[in-house]
Design a protein around this ligand. Structure first.
Ligand code: A2P
Length: 276
């Protein structure tokens, strides 16, 4: 699997398996299937409620811990120094691991005292910085932070965020946020890179699928990769999990990327970081 390099030099597999809503009785089996298909980068979150299942799946997979890249996130009810420390401790316990490859603040605005988001983000960030210094976290970052959320954090951070995970797919590719991150050496990851299937019937995507001899989902994943954005597709089928990894033998022309970039807004998930 191709990798990207984060600003602190660590490698991250260029596609990850997204586990949002992988929570039913089948969760552990699904994550095991993803590992069997070749995924080595698993993206979870405290809020997804599946860290124990992810932990069981990786323990039973017979893959060495150092060959896996594990990400989790701190939920927005925990945006304080102590609560973030406690959240990461609980994640480590439930996942059954001694370190995480990446930990993100999940959303920028806290559940309570929303107008104090700058202070709260910074105090949670201080906790991630401490855990990074203690080598409990190999990399730290944020999720759903727009440039105006990142600016106050970047001004005070001792360790800059290495990743920002954003909603990103054709029809919602947030070019200003992506270029801001790239200018600050922040790796962008894409949640819902397939627009939760809402974009797969778009005529332009169907046309490009035909032109390149690929599926609409593969066009969306390549669209992310061609812009150095790391996609985290979800799937509950082994065949589609495999299909979603089979995107390293082609790339889109600049002209086709431009056509996808300039589609009218399509398939937005509906949560804006300022109001969610
Ligand atoms: P399924 O679980 O049946 O595979 P996103 O990652 O953008 O949130 O999208 C997830 C959705 O996309 C799921 O409903 C998933 O359905 C579907 N999906 C995943 N991979 C593919 C694919 N290769 N082709 C079509 N749909 C896909």
């Amino acid at each position: 699997m191709q990798t990207f390099s984060l600003s602190n030099g660590i490698s991250i597999p260029a596609i990850g398996y997204g586990t949002y809503r992988v929570t039913d009785h089948n969760a552990e089996a699904l994550i095991q299937t993803a590992l069997q298909c070749g995924y080595r980068h698993i993206d979870t979150a405290r809020m997804y409620g599946n860290e124990a299942e992810v932990g069981n799946a990786i323990r039973h997979a017979g893959i060495s811990r150092s060959d896996l890249f594990l990400t989790t996130k701190v939920w927005k009810t925990c945006l304080s120094y102590d609560d973030t420390l406690r959240s990461v401790e609980a994640s480590l316990r439930d996942l059954g691991v001694t370190y995480l490859d990446l930990c993100l603040l999940h959303w920028p605005i806290p559940e309570k005292d929303r107008d104090q988001w700058r202070e709260k983000d910074l105090s949670a960030w201080r906790a991630l910085e401490r855990l990074y210094a203690e080598k409990v976290l190999r990399a730290i970052g944020v999720s759903n932070f727009l440039p105006h959320h990142l600016m106050p954090l970047l001004a005070k951070a001792e360790i800059k965020p290495m990743v920002n995970q954003l909603e990103f797919h054709p029809g919602y590719c947030q070019p200003y946020a992506v270029s801001f991150c790239q200018a600050h050496q922040i790796q962008v990851e894409a949640w819902s890179p397939l627009g939760r299937t809402r974009v797969l019937e778009e005529p332009l995507i169907l046309e490009l699928a035909k032109t390149y001899g690929k599926s609409p989902a593969q066009i969306c994943l390549r669209f992310a990769l061609d812009q150095r954005v790391l996609p985290l597709p979800k799937s509950s089928s082994a065949q589609r999990m495999q299909e979603n990894l089979d995107v390293f033998d082609f790339s889109l022309s600049l002209e086709d990327i431009s056509r996808l970039m300039t589609l009218p807004q399509l398939g937005w998930g509906g949560n804006h970081p300022d109001t969610f």
